[in-house]
Design a protein around this ligand. Sequence first.
Ligand SMILES: Cc1cc2nc3c(=O)[nH]c(=O)nc-3n(C[C@H](O)[C@H](O)[C@H](O)COP(=O)(O)OP(=O)(O)OC[C@H]3O[C@@H](n4cnc5c(N)ncnc54)[C@H](O)[C@@H]3O)c2cc1C
Length: 396
Amino acid sequence: MTYDVVIVGAGVAGCTAAILYGRAGLRVAIIEKHHNISTHKALCGHFVLGGTQPMLRRTGLWQAMVDEGAAVGGIARWTAAGWAVPEPGLPECISLRREKLDPLLRTLAAGTPGVDLVLGRTVTGLMESGGQVTGVRVGDEEIPARLVVGADGHRSPVAQFAGVAEDVAPNERFGLWAYYRGVVPRGPAESQIWSLDPDVGILVRTDDDLHMLVAFPAKARLADFQADRAGALERFMASLPDAPDLSSAERVSKVIGTNDYPCVKRDPAPRPGLVLVGDAAITGDPTPAVGCGWAFRAAEWLVESTTPALLDGWDLEAGIAAYRKALGFIVSHDRFSRQDALARPMNPVQKLINKGAHRDPKLARRVYLFAMRAIPASDLINLRTLLRAAWAATRP
Ligand SMILES: Cc1cc2nc3c(=O)[nH]c(=O)nc-3n(C[C@H](O)[C@H](O)[C@H](O)COP(=O)(O)OP(=O)(O)OC[C@H]3O[C@@H](n4cnc5c(N)ncnc54)[C@H](O)[C@@H]3O)c2cc1C
């Protein structure tokens, strides 16, 4: 049997694409190398930024996550200019640990008519004919499809099988975090981020009444965090302005983290019949917590762009071109994230915008929407913003 779509990888991007293709009436196979539906990605902070809220609500995934106990709310940001607190009505963030999110998405995908979730099978190669990708290989077995979707994460074996080039940029921060019960936030919101320039601290309220304490320090401080990672993490959090009260807090997980996580970008439509989505297309800096949101949203753009061709025989390459264009939203944000990932001190323009936003609610709103990835990067980074920031910052 030839599927309309074969998706490699049942993570955030793969499951979302499978659910939406299935709902559109297409025949989909989603192939996941892990046997157990509950196996989840450990290296993920799962804080989904507010820019993803409309998509999650449209698709019903927001409510499904809330029903699993997800924590919902805004995030306050500390910079040298002071606290910036989101005003009511701005898009909210959502956080559900991957140990709940991954099984939820896989269960929803498996329950969608037209979708076959195939667990415990590793895609080992691509089927090709005349330069066109025509399906995938799982060992000796061939699974043909009209469209192959690589949703197989930041290392993307599918991209490697297709010989796709990688655009890699350095990340000069490392990251570590752990889950705690009994944390009392002292800042102006339940979830908070401290931009210490260049170190970053984050406090995230998540499901099951837990908080995540997160540190993304510059790599120059790596040695300070090696010997006693939990102690170093707690000392780092305690040193933050308006630091959370940890006196009654209990750590309920091991310390999780990564010492090196470069940014990777690949052509999202490298060959006829093949597209990449989620981390396989763009793996951004984890510090601003963008990856799951991008994976959800890119999957929706992919399905919207290609379904008319797959369903009604319209031009598939035109649909894929529309998907590539939609991804431009992520690419333009990723350009700035790559600069931030260098962990250099804030430049005068960033300082001016932060200072201006602290005095001007309209600018503060725009900065928040940018941080939530709810507006195109160009809506903040432009001459108008600079002039407004200069006006606000120099007002008596
Ligand atoms: C330190 C860190 C912190 C992060 N924190 C956040 C955060 O707070 N918020 C946020 O939004 N994002 C965060 N991210 C990013 C986020 O984890 C990723 O962007 C997101 O998981 C990407 O989803 P995906 O579906 O593209 O890939 P994945 O979730 O990685 O899924 C890929 C799937 O493909 C499967 N697979 C791989 N190869 C094969 C194969 N050959 N055959 C079959 N199956 C295969 C894998 O088993 C996996 O299930 C963080 C990342 C890191 C590293």
